[in-house]
Design a protein around this ligand. Structure first.
Ligand code: NA7
Length: 548
């Protein structure tokens, strides 16, 4: 469906999609079915996005597998069976490959090709895109499906280039695997990735040293094989489950507790928390009461309960003390684990507090803190990502007047979008799960499907109405961004340094870039915008001047 015109080597498309993860694949399927000439460009040599790159030991999804899949195809839902409550990375990657084959998506994906620059041409009203292999593409629509956590962050430690051993980042894990046997391994970072990887590495390595900057709240996942009877029940009731997922706050069909943690007795609260600990799961604690992410006092009730559990599990009191978190519970990504705290009872595991004695440099032989040098054969960086804006800034995206997205958003300090989907000055550009949409604070699958369907409906509408250009009106994004910040400021989320706030990247400005109003209300807002002829956007034929 692509064509080459005027003797040049430019490929002409209706829509160019960047990325072949969950969002890019569904976007391709959806608009290709509607008859648009579409192509996906993907840096990796296969599909999968996050699940292609994050192959570290222990990598799993922390959303229950029955909710973490596409729901757009009944046939697909019937065909696929998840083996466990929380699917592990290889199984999720197999699923994505299965989907790519089932819907014959690969023929319109160009792998091993990075989008380097994308420039909006105001004369043709098209995006001129340069690829890493030297090819050019001209596309009417430029759609980013780059994920929120795909720009891996290896902190700029002095001396890394002199390290004689092997080193890896969890988000760029080698496909052939890594052999820890007989090795002295250091893991830097105790976020979700570190906490999943540490117990697995500890079983294989000779010695494991964990370098922890911020202790974390983590609760047991209680992962288990999926019971066939339960899956049968889920299948039979899936329409109802899907409706509830879509109407919910975070894309999982459960509602938060109705009471404040402070209006019940300590005894009742502890009973509830004890049940949550036994049940496990991402929302077990955050949803126990309605004010845990709003009131510092309510938050402290859950925080102190988990600290007590850590003290009970970890036998060495000094190590236990180092593991006690003190930020507001759930204002960093809540973590679920399998034997994380128990791992510190192993003889071959030690914990170093690098908040107290920060890492000074990586030496030829290991990691040197202000306290001492630790000899290592291997370093695993579980140090996270330049989230939300990072993946977009990896490309040089330029809108009207040659202004780059990075300049417009002042390197992330002044990120402004309308609905997290578009931004003024960048016509015909759509961001799937972009900054200021619910994205990472929701079940990504629900948010991805909602964005893909909204964007494809929009493109269809444009074709029906004979419109060629759609652009966010500046006042709409000012209002939307303000609303996002106000909702976040009313919670405890903005009181903690986290990657939600951009605080994990040294040079990044702080700012909360996620819409916290909930996926259900967000969907209603987006639907209303569409119903009113894409209110807040200006739509024109390609002959009309936008004059924005
Ligand atoms: P995270 O959650 O960003 O965790 C990164 C960890 O690395 C965290 O413990 C950081 O400590 C630590 N870190 C980062 N930079 C440094 C330096 N310079 N020195 C020491 N320690 C450092 O990334 P993950 O990959 O675990 O998880 C990302 C998301 O993927 C997760 O939330 C899920 O949504 C899926 P800090 O807390 O910043 O003090």
């Amino acid at each position: 469906m692509t064509s080459t015109q005027n003797g040049d080597k430019t490929t002409y498309l209706d829509a160019l999609i960047v990325g072949a993860g969950f969002s890019g694949l569904y976007m391709l399927h959806r608009i290709r079915e509607a008859g648009f000439a579409t192509r996906v460009f993907e840096a990796a040599d296969n599909v999968g996005g996050t699940w292609y790159w994050n192959r570290y030991p222990g990598a799993r999804c922390d959303v229950e597998s029955i909710y973490y899949n596409y729901t757009f195809s009944e046939e697909l839902l019937d065909e696929w069976t998840w083996s466990s409550k929380y699917a592990e990375q290889p199984e999720i990657l197999s699923y994505i490959n299965y989907v790519a084959d089932k819907f014959d998506l690969r023929k319109d994906i160009q792998f091993k090709t990075r989008v380097q620059t994308a420039v909006f041409d105001e004369k043709t009203n098209r995006w001129n895109v340069q690829l890493s292999n030297g090819e050019s593409v001209s596309a009417q629509y430029f759609i980013t499906a780059v994920g929120c956590l795909s720009a891996s962050n290896v902190p700029k430690f002095k001396g890394l280039e002199h390290f004689k051993g092997e080193w890896y980042h969890t988000g760029l894990w080698p496909h052939e695997g890594v052999d820890f046997k007989g090795k002295h391994v250091g893991v830097i970072g105790t976020g979700s990735s570190g906490i999943q990887a540490i117990p697995v590495i500890a079983q294989k390595a000779e010695q494991l040293t964990v370098f922890q900057r911020t202790p974390q709240y983590s609760i047991p996942a209680h992962n288990e094989a999926n019971d066939p009877e339960y899956l049968k029940e889920v299948r039979e009731n899936f329409s109802d489950i899907r409706r509830k997922m879509r109407q919910s706050l975070v894309g999982i069909p459960i509602s938060p507790g109705e009471k404040s943690a402070l209006e019940v007795t300590e005894e009742e609260r502890n009973k509830t928390f004890e049940e949550a600990w036994k049940k496990g799961g991402l929302l077990a604690f955050s949803y126990a009461y309605n004010d845990l992410t709003l009131s510092p006092e309510a938050n402290e009730t859950v925080a102190s309960f988990i600290r007590e559990k850590i003290r009970e599990i970890v036998k060495d009191p000094e190590t236990a003390e180092k593991l006690l978190p003190d930020y507001f519970y759930a204002t960093k990504r809540p973590i679920i684990d399998t034997n994380y705290f128990e791992t510190y009872n192993r003889k071959n595991v030690s914990l170093i507090d690098v908040k107290k004695a920060p890492i000074e440099e990586i030496t030829a032989d290991g990691v040197k803190t202000t306290d001492k040098e630790y000899e290592l054969d291997m370093i695993v960086f579980a140090t996270g990502f330049d989230a939300m804006t990072g993946p977009l800034f990896k490309m040089d995206i330029r809108g009207r007047g040659g202004v780059s997205l990075k300049e417009k958003w002042e390197n992330g300090a002044a990120t402004r979008t309308y609905l997290g989907i578009g931004t003024a000055g960048f016509p015909n550009m759509f961001m799937l799960t972009g900054p200021e949409s619910p994205s990472v604070l929701s079940n990504m699958m629900v948010s991805i499907e909602q964005h893909v369907e909204w964007v494809s409906d929009c493109i269809n509408y444009m074709r029906e109405q004979n419109k060629g250009i759609i652009e966010v009106d500046e006042p709409s994004e000012i209002v939307w961004s303000k609303q996002c910040r106000e909702i976040a400021d009313a919670t405890l989320f903005t009181k903690t340094d986290s990657w939600y706030m951009g605080a994990n990247i040294e040079e990044k400005a702080r700012g909360f870039q996620i819409y916290l109003g909930g996926v259900g209300p967000y969907r209603e807002i987006c639907d209303e915008v569409a119903k009113k002829g894409y209110e807040g956007f200006t739509l024109k034929t390609t002959e009309e001047k936008l004059g924005i």
